[in-house]
Ligand binder design. Structure first.
Ligand code: GLC
Length: 542
């Protein structure tokens, strides 16, 4: 048992522009977040991860930073950030910041200098290749569509960008660049932040000539240097976002000896509803057995060797209740079932704003409803290739990142209480029914299920330390697992379908204490079980 505060914590992720506006400009801000700390404390979370709030032209909503040591005026000031950190501490909540170190904005001073001439000292802060206008160095594609290379006539070269053309990749092979980034990290450490989430950190050590974007040969050397120059000797929590992490390399990223990060944030379980080898837009039905296989692999494979994040949602993913639950008749049941199934595993649980009230996808129906650069680029690119607008809108309605970026509905009134101004993106179509006020007023709401799960994690060490065994790996609709620790056993059974599902557990559940169910009536069941649609039940013994 290697105790660390962040292994026993629950993280709540905030998308600042959509959480709470305090000044009526239609965009959420730091003072808005501060005004909601009591709510977050009541929910029980003790860490807030804020998506980027640094200076940015907002081409990718802050993931394109133009000054690493300042707050974007849209969100407030450095003084507002100090106040937020101080107030959060009083609520026993730590703030973690999002660090985007793989690329900057093209409006960052470094890039403005870099593109002036090849001799400019900042030129080498970015990744350039010679070439001829119109013929990029190779065929690499950017994640947000188009070529990964953009021509700059002033220097007669292409720069490399894994994301949008306004997000030039930083050249981590340049030692001066690395030192500048460490300095910026120390600036925020001095302000008293609780840690960092490191955006696409597995992509910093790239070699575009070889087509390498993640897990490049120098990756772990760079991460160790970063660690040693910044948070290495502190108790800050650090979360490495790594799309390229696998169960073999995750122990390197999150080695308990602490040379890299506290934990990984990886996506293997969450990409299973797309056609293998194709883009996330190419939808395929989820096979529960595949999901369980991936989750078990991580639960077992990382045990004692590293640490994982537990999540269904974030600002890049659609709402889980719409995705793998049911956002109609069984919204509450399926939201609670999914919450229980993920929160009762081993790792640090993450709740994405609105998940705790069972927010659904917003059901946008027009391309003008969308704000996300990735969604717009996809729509333009695929429409040009002949895919029909209706089909593309249906894909966006299920997979666009904007599904999770709609404003937090605090009550049923105007703009859901999010802002007195015109929100920068529309609210979901059901905010009059699904909002915080309604959730707090209903003792059976999704909110209280999350609150119970959080309390359980704080009081039941088995959840943090116990091992994990899948009891029914092949079943297409039931997900049943057992956790064990120091003579205590927890069994979880979840039905991911809208049909009744029978299960005969090996142990006699009659002797067990049933702790929580997601259906109102909680009578213990003597032998054998029939789980109702989207039902989740669990017992504790010992
Ligand atoms: C990460 C972020 C995503 C962003 C991308 C580029 O995946 O979560 O929102 O667009 O990196 O920074």
């Amino acid at each position: 048992m290697d105790r660390k505060w962040w292994k026993e914590s629950i993280v709540y992720q905030i998308y600042p522009s959509s959480f709470q506006d305090s000044d009526g400009d239609g965009i959420g801000d730091l003072n808005g977040i501060r005004s909601r700390l009591d709510y977050l404390k009541d929910l029980g979370v003790n860490v807030l991860w804020l998506c980027p709030i640094m200076d940015s032209p907002m081409d990718d909503n802050g993931y394109d930073i133009s000054d690493y040591c300042d707050i974007d005026p849209m969100f407030g000031t450095l003084a507002d950030m100090d106040n937020l950190i101080t107030e959060a501490k009083k609520h026993h909540i730590r703030i973690i910041m999002d660090l985007v170190l793989n690329h900057s904005s093209d409006e960052h001073r470094w890039f403005q200098e870099a593109k002036k001439s090849r001799d400019n000292p900042y030129h080498d802060y970015y990744v350039w290749r010679d070439g001829v206008e119109g013929t990029p160095p190779n065929k690499m594609r950017a994640t947000f569509g188009g070529s990964a290379w953009t021509w700059v006539p002033e220097v007669g070269q292409y720069y490399f960008h894994q994301f949008s053309i306004k997000q030039p990749d930083l050249n981590w092979d340049n030692p001066a660049l690395r030192q500048e980034l460490y300095k910026a990290i120390r600036f925020w450490m001095d302000k008293g932040v609780g840690g960092f989430r490191l955006d696409v950190i597995d992509q910093i050590a790239k070699d575009p000539d070889l087509g390498i974007t993640s897990n490049g040969p120098m990756l772990h050397a760079y991460i160790r240097e970063l660690n040693a120059n910044t948070f290495g000797s502190t108790d800050l929590v650090t979360v490495g976002e790594a799309w390229g992490a696998n169960v073999q390399n995750a122990p390197i990223f999150s080695d308990p000896r602490g040379k890299e990060f506290s934990m990984v944030f990886q996506f293997e379980h969450i990409g299973l509803d797309q056609i293998p080898g194709k883009a996330k837009w190419d939808l395929a039905p989820l096979q529960l057995s595949a999901l369980k296989e991936v989750l078990t692999k991580w639960q077992v494979g990382l045990h004692g060797k590293g640490w994982n994040s537990l999540f269904w949602n974030n600002h890049d993913l659609p709402r889980i209740v719409s995705r793998w639950g049911n956002d109609g008749a069984y919204r509450q049941e399926s939201a609670k079932m999914l919450a229980a199934a993920i929160h009762l595993m081993r790792g640090t649980p993450y709740i994405y704003q609105g998940e705790e009230i069972g927010m659904t996808n917003p059901h946008f129906s027009s391309i003008s409803d969308y704000r996300d650069v990735e969604s717009h680029n996809m729509f333009i690119e695929r429409a040009a290739q002949g895919q029909s607008p209706d089909e593309l809108l249906a894909i966006l309605a299920s997979k666009s990142r904007d599904n999770s970026r709609t404003p937090m509905p605090w009550h049923a009134g105007e703009n859901g209480g999010f802002s007195d101004g015109e929100p920068w993106i529309g609210l979901g179509d059901n905010y009059q029914e699904i909002n915080v006020e309604a959730a707090l007023a209903d003792p059976d709401s999704v909110f209280y299920a999350y609150q119970q799960l959080i309390t359980l994690r704080k009081t039941l060490p088995l959840l943090t330390w116990g091992d994990y065994e899948d009891l029914l790996p092949e079943h297409p609709s039931l997900w049943c697992y057992r956790r064990q620790w120091q003579g205590q056993t927890l069994v979880v059974a979840a039905n991911l379908s809208r049909e009744l599902q029978a299960w005969q557990p090996a142990e006699a559940p009659g002797e067990w204490k049933m702790i929580i169910s997601n259906y109102a009536e909680t009578t213990p069941r003597p032998t054998g079980l029939t789980l109702r649609p989207f039902e989740a039940i669990w017992w504790l013994q010992g």
